[in-house]
Design a protein around this ligand. Sequence first.
Ligand code: DGL
Length: 272
Amino acid sequence: MSGPIGVFDSGYGGLTVLKELEKTLPQYDYLYLGDNARTPYGTRSFEVVYEFTLQAVTELFNRGCHLVILACNTASAKALRNIQMNDLPQMAPEKRVLGVLRPSTEQLGHLSRTKHVGILATPGTVQSGSYTIELHKFFPELKVTEHACPMWVPLIENNRHDSFAGQLFLKEDLDSLLNEDPQIDTVALACTHYPLVKDYLTSIAPKNVQIIGQGEIVANSLKEYLDRHPDIENKCLKNGNISFLTTESATIFEEKASTFYDREIKAEKIKL
Ligand code: DGL
């Protein structure tokens, strides 16, 4: 039986990825799951991020998804490999789980002229070192500098990123990254929340530095994946419907989601 494409995030941030998926692939049905009751993941251990992510993937499989996208960078960095290698073969060998790291790292090296790139992400993603490891698989010559921005997710979740104090934090972290390696000409926003501050970062970054969001890259990569995998593509429902699940209050999710997704939505609360 066909099912929607599952999109998982620790909270609201994955809505920025969902928005791009919808734009590029509007024909599919999507089932979004935000683990808002246990967000943020960015400061949690490998063990816990893996445990929570596996629960979410299992739930989305049980609800009919054949393909699940981990829209969360932290979950992609800390849990995806384990799930793909150890859990999927036993649990659902015919189903697929994909993350956001691979599509981004496949592209980043092509975008930099100096071959010096910067990664802005949550402490968890930076601590995993996954971006550097993945980037070096495709571009061994690349100089990669990762910088953790612990304040950005709370600022964005609380809609304070545009405030004077919020912008000071954003500038401080961008400056730290660029001071660490002044040859960086490409900065990747490696967290679901960061597209919301992309315009501000672009406005304060030196002219020779480009700020790259992930959503569009992930959407194009999913399009190519579905073209290459008709067995999975055939199992994806195509009515253009989108549903939302959250582990926190549905009312709060519906209200707060508007910061990330410019449309009114209806959500259902579930337990994982
Ligand atoms: N979704 C997370 C990520 O992309 C950010 C929020 C969190 O820390 O849970 O890394």
